[in-house]
Design a binder for this molecule. Structure first.
Ligand code: T4K
Length: 367
């Protein structure tokens, strides 16, 4: 039986590169609690991402939860339903209420023209997602936030290394979170980072990720434990050396997918912008049933029969999940509903064979 092709495959660096770091760890006997490799990775990420300061966490989700806590938010947070559950879970787990804003049909990010109508006296922040690495309307969101005195947090889980008009994507908003999960463009097995601009928030996050400890004999807040270990940081240091090559390989695959799939009636691809340097994190397509003649589930099953396993990222839509029904008033999000029911994320990783890309395109084209 041929090996199945999954939606993604983690990048695994040459073992000898990882072992060099492991030797260092064995010698130092420092395994965690902001050790040398952790600090090196924070420094290298700050340089690579061209941001003021990058703080590491055990995973993207805890980073997001803690940054919302660190910003002292209250009441309502405007967010998108078209995302992984982590985004709105982080809001609810902070005792805040998510208010769901619909998305744009063109790139699936939050529709900034619909934000203002959702603002109430309880709104304190906007949590938007650069979903699949398609950047949000950062300028539109900045203006609304300034006018209404709101904080802006970006869930940039998918947007590692991207630039908008030459500016590192982590620089927008009050804070941004990157996920370094194994399935991401850049990973530390499990891990994440928060990009911050001011050290006041940095200091709070530093405490929140380490039990609120400020010294051997002082604990000044009820913090959590979200420190990245040396073994995870070592994986990050290895992977960062390969990141440009990995993104370049992804780009070749995405461009080939897009060239072929854009010719198929009823298959839609998000609009790309000329002013963005993408990381090619995901390959989502929208199957417009009326035009294509079959629905998204048909395409998924057809690929599955050939041992190819795309994923319905992001379905179900979080605001339709039972666990949200009692948490908030449901806003209508018709575009997000439609995209969620029609989307399929095709397999994509740096060494995905080009013949497989062609095979997937053939299967979608032939129906
Ligand atoms: N915000 C957004 C917008 C996010 O997308 C995410 C995470 C977060 C926040 C939270 O960040 P983290 O706390 O995770 O750092 C995966 C990932 O677990 C998750 O990180 C990611 N988003 C989400 C979109 O996808 P699953 O449940 O779909 O993963 P799973 O285990 O089904 O893996 C997908 C495929 O990848 C598998 O079919 C096979 C392959 N795979 C996976 C792993 C873990 C491998 O080949 N090897 C592996 O080790 O959530």
């Amino acid at each position: 039986m041929k090996k199945p092709i999954y939606v993604t495959k983690p990048y695994i660096p040459p073992m000898e590169e990882y072992l060099k770091y492991i030797e260092e760890i064995w010698k130092s006997e420092v395994l965690t609690n902001m050790g040398g490799l952790h600090n090196q990775l924070e420094y290298q990420l700050k340089q690579y991402l061209e941001v003021p300061y990058a703080m590491l966490f055990t995973n993207g989700h805890s980073a997001l939860e803690l940054v919302l806590e660190g910003l002292n938010l209250s009441g309502e947070v405007i967010t998108t339903p078209y995302t992984f559950a982590s985004t709105s879970h982080a809001i609810v787990r902070n005792g805040l209420t998510p208010v769901f804003c619909d998305i744009k049909d063109s790139d699936f990010t939050m529709d900034s023209s619909k934000i203002e109508s959702l603002i109430t006296e309880k709104t304190t922040a906007i949590l938007a997602v650069h979903v699949y690495g398609y950047p949000c309307d950062v300028e539109g969101i900045r203006k609304i936030a300034k006018k209404h005195n709101l904080k802006v947090i970006y869930d940039a889980a998918h947007a590692f290394g991207e630039k908008v008009e030459g500016i590192g994507i982590g620089n927008f908003g009050d804070a941004s979170m990157f996920s370094f999960h194994a399935t991401k463009v850049f990973h530390t097995v499990e891990g994440g980072a928060v990009i911050i601009k001011n050290m006041e928030l940095g200091y709070k996050l530093h405490q929140l990720r380490n039990f609120g400890i400020t010294g051997e004999e002082s604990i000044t807040s009820i913090g959590s434990n979200a420190k990245m270990s040396e073994l995870h940081a070592a994986m990050g240091l290895c992977n960062l050396k390969h990141i440009d090559e990995l993104i370049a390989k992804r780009r070749v695959r995405v461009e080939h997918y897009e060239k072929r799939l854009s010719k198929i009636p009823g298959v839609r691809i998000a609009q790309r912008r000329d002013d963005v340097e993408y990381n090619y994190a995901y390959m989502p397509i929208v199957i417009e049933e009326k035009e294509y003649g079959e629905d998204r589930d048909y395409v998924c099953t057809r690929l599955n029969r050939e041992g190819i396993f795309p994923r319905k990222y992001f379905y179900p839509l979080v605001n339709t999940c039972d666990c949200y029904l009692e948490k908030c008033d449901m806003q209508e999000t018709p575009i997000a509903n439609h995209i969620s029911k029609s989307v399929l994320s095709l397999p994509l990783y740096a060494d995905l064979p080009m013949e497989i890309v062609d095979k997937i395109c053939d299967l979608i084209e032939e129906r």
